[in-house]
Design a protein around this ligand. Structure first.
Ligand code: ZN
Length: 444
């Protein structure tokens, strides 16, 4: 055999081998996403078939290696925005005949947690890799109670439901609950921030997922007086419509819808992976139950009371799904010491409400109703040591008329008279309409 011929045979053999043993992918990474939260980075790979994977860390240079068996890469990992994350570069390559290796080059040390997620409303099966910042974790100080000043502002923690990998309910025309409720939450915060007696904080500050336990922990850390979780959910029946307000129930749910929604919301915590269900409190569980029960009773009665004010105000903006504050076992409401409400601003599964909920005007009216409800509650139930208590009657205030309001009731609440309100607002008669804004004069 001449040299040329031998080469040809070898070439043919290589060609044949390639054809026969060509990459035998059983799955593909169709796409990938990255979510940056204040203290962690989440990488998500959409994989179209069942897959086997492992990951391990290497040093010098610092990197995380993710090996996925029999899987091809269709997604373009270069498109992932790694700015503001600990990742400096993402490489990938074929390992063996058909296994995929993804290498994350890291700028700093991270703690890694990975898990798989089943398909939801928006995505198919996924591999989730969480990188927790360790620098910030170490810098975390134990929560120290600030001395309560005599003139403190009332702090409202506003939690926009869902986020990141959890879209919440998905309405017609790809309207996502997580986006709508984030916009409404920002509007509520602005209203509180413009009131000198209040202060508000967004629990979720961007598009990333937070486990329910973490949401309540953030509210506690900021010493919130009140916690509201904003939602816009879906129901099995697209006809279902209207807004509702929920407080926690430690026993049964008050209605079928309440049971359904609580189950759905609580299930979202699977998206948190092991981290989400991790119990970070070291208290003895039996003792914790007792303590929880004791303070929960007082907290719950405040929640229910405030819920009535919010519901009444929301009634001027939206049709109410239920006329009273409902109760269900929502995980996110389980703060023993902070009164909490879950507010359903409407059903995103209902085409008309989905359209409304994504409009700026409606969002603003809804935000104002929630804000007015809570402010009215605090005017009637003012905590000691707050600037609201110190300045009671000394400030001019605005009030938006809610359904069922009468001028004499409003006058009584603000320690003034109907005549004073009428002349201050240059009103010819005591006829008021829902949504009308009136000014309450400061007492001389
Ligand atoms: Zn929701």
């Amino acid at each position: 055999m001449g040299f040329d011929l031998r080469l040809q045979v070898i070439a043919a053999f290589i060609l044949m081998a390639t054809v026969v043993a060509g990459p035998a992918f059983t799955a593909d990474i169709e796409s990938a996403r990255i979510w940056r939260a204040p203290d962690n980075t989440r990488l998500v790979f959409d994989i179209d078939e069942a897959f086997d994977y492992k990951h391990f860390s290497l040093d010098n240079p610092r990197r995380l290696v993710i090996d996925i068996k029999s899987t091809g890469l269709k997604a373009n990992l270069d498109k992932l925005d790694i700015a503001k994350t600990p990742i400096s570069k993402i490489r990938s390559g074929l390992r063996g005949s058909a296994d995929l290796r993804i290498v994350l080059e890291l700028k700093e040390q991270v703690r890694v947690n990975s898990f798989t997620l089943k398909a939801n409303e928006q995505y198919g099966d996924r591999l989730v890799v969480d990188l927790f910042d360790t620098v910030k974790e170490m810098a975390k100080k134990p929560v120290s109670k600030l001395p309560l000043s005599t003139n403190r502002q009332i702090m409202i923690a506003i939690d926009a439901g869902h986020g990141g990998e959890d879209p919440g309910a998905v309405g017609p025309k790809s309207i996502y609950e997580k986006a709508v409720v984030f916009q409404i939450s920002q509007r509520i915060k602005k209203l509180f921030d413009n009131n000198p007696d209040f202060k508000a904080e967004l629990v979720r500050t961007g598009d990333y997922y937070l486990a329910h336990r973490k949401r309540t922990a953030i509210a506690r850390k900021s010493q919130a007086d009140f916690f509201i979780s904003i939602h816009a959910d879906a129901f099995t029946n697209p006809q279902a419509n209207g807004a509702s307000v929920y407080a926690l129930s430690t026993r049964g749910a008050t209605s079928e819808a309440a049971r359904f929604l609580a189950k759905k919301e609580n299930r979202a915590d699977l998206i948190g992976g092991a981290e989400g269900s991790l119990n970070l409190d070291n208290t003895d569980p039996a003792l914790r139950e007792v303590l929880l029960d004791l303070s929960m009773t007082a907290t719950l009665s405040s929640s229910l009371d405030a819920g009535k004010y919010v519901l009444k105000n929301m009634g001027s903006v939206a049709r109410l799904h239920k006329k009273r504050v409902e109760q269900a076992g929502f995980l996110v409401l389980k703060s023993p010491d902070i009164p909490s409400l879950l507010i359903e601003t409407g059903f995103i599964s209902n085409p008309k409400e989905a359209r409304q909920l994504s409009s700026a005007g409606y969002q603003q009216r809804m935000a104002a109703a929630i804000y007015n409800g809570l402010v009215s509650y605090y005017i009637d139930n003012t905590p000691e040591g707050t600037s609201l208590a110190a300045n009671k009657g000394k400030r001019e205030r605005s009030y938006t008329i809610a359904r069922g309001d009468t001028l004499s009731e409003i006058a009584q609440r603000y320690n003034t008279s109907v005549t004073t309100i009428l002349s201050y607002n240059k009103m010819g008669s005591s006829t008021i309409k829902v949504g009308q804004k009136i000014m309450i004069p400061a007492r001389q």
